[in-house]
Design a protein around this ligand. Sequence first.
Ligand code: HEM
Length: 431
Amino acid sequence: MTSSTPPKAKQPRPVQTWHFARRTPGFLTDLQKEHGDVFGIHFQKRPWTIVAHPDAVKQVFTAPTSALRAGSGNEILGPPLGQHSLLLLDGAEHMRQRRMLLPSFHGEKLALQKAAMERVAEQQVALMPRGTPFALRPRMQSIALEVIMEVVLGTAATGVQHDTLSKAVEDLLEWLMVPRRLITTGMLGPKHPVVKWMFRSVLQPLDQGLYALIAERRLATDLDERDDILSMMLLARDEEGNPMSDAEVRDELVTLIVAGHETTSTALSWAFERLSRDPAGLARLEAESHTDATEWSDAVAKEALRLRPVLDFVVRAVHEPIEIAGYNFVPGDIVTPCIKLVHMREDIYPDAEAFKPERWLDTKPGTYTWIPFGGGTRRCIGLSFAMAEMDVVLRAVARSAHVEPVGDEEHAVSRFITSSPSRGGEVLIPA
Ligand code: HEM
């Protein structure tokens, strides 16, 4: 083993925090130019080591889970998601929960879930304004929230409960999007009493609604006939035959709802922000949307996720000494494969700044070079769900509306941990 540690950004911590939280263009690429593909930044309680080379990303994604842990790396998400969240767990406990959730994302379930996506997308596209500019992100968010609530909770038919829970989720999301809340949580740490106090009132209505729904659903006699993920969670048993507790179910529900709709709606907003500025690519999607083919919509989704990934990083906390890219890491260090920097590598993606869906027509995404959903044993559990939803919504919009760009290209702004288009993906659909 070598004994070196990676080079580090030199600016003071508050300056790094500011640039990081604001997604200052060029902040990370400039550091990469100065220091290479592995370098340190310090903006949270603990410094991060950014990893921007696919070989090093492979080392991170294939490292033993005893050495690199995603759960403790994601601890900033603890206050809203809860300690049992799949995103927060590690080791055997993570595998136990992941095994119980995986059946909900199997292929045959996806066919049913796609039907819900199609219905919701058609309804929402019909409601989009004609002849006046509007931001797509809130519209995409309505689609993704409605889809995830229906698929996860199965509450479509029960009006008041559905509306109350949707409102509580929307309120939580909007509350989280205020940058100072992320900064405070990052600087103080998620277990700090001030942070706990900050979150208490915004979580209360959501928790109340979810625990009531869980109690009600536990009494249902038709659980095994229902297709929603909540019912599947209540039926799931671990290897010792134990069911999930109410607190575990609550935390996984919030995880799936939050992780499953803000991400997908942001990805869709970026896809249209890019595609509306690519007339030939848009025309091709419009033509394809009237057929059964999905080759181009799939390529558009992949390219949007490459060029404008929703999350810039995935995070791993070091728990045992490990060497990555020739550097030594010790317990307490944080290693973060940088999705954004890997996706902008000219050696992998020639003309990397350009939006070119055709890159994907004959090329499969590489495990360590196309990483919008992370990787290894922690790869996003909702990958197929998200890709299916992007496909359905891209096609539904293109089938009945022609989206034109409004104003200049949009840059990325921070919405909690996501990178979102600065004006929400503004478009015009001619009257
Ligand atoms: C375009 C949409 C989406 C993007 C870009 C995305 C991205 C990600 C990323 C980067 C991770 C972390 C992976 C890692 O640490 O290696 C993740 C994990 C996760 N995602 Fe997604 N996601 C999306 C949609 C969804 C959907 C639709 C769901 C659920 C319905 C979902 C549920 C989860 C869960 C539960 C995890 C934690 C997995 C684990 O730790 O085992 N995501 N996602």
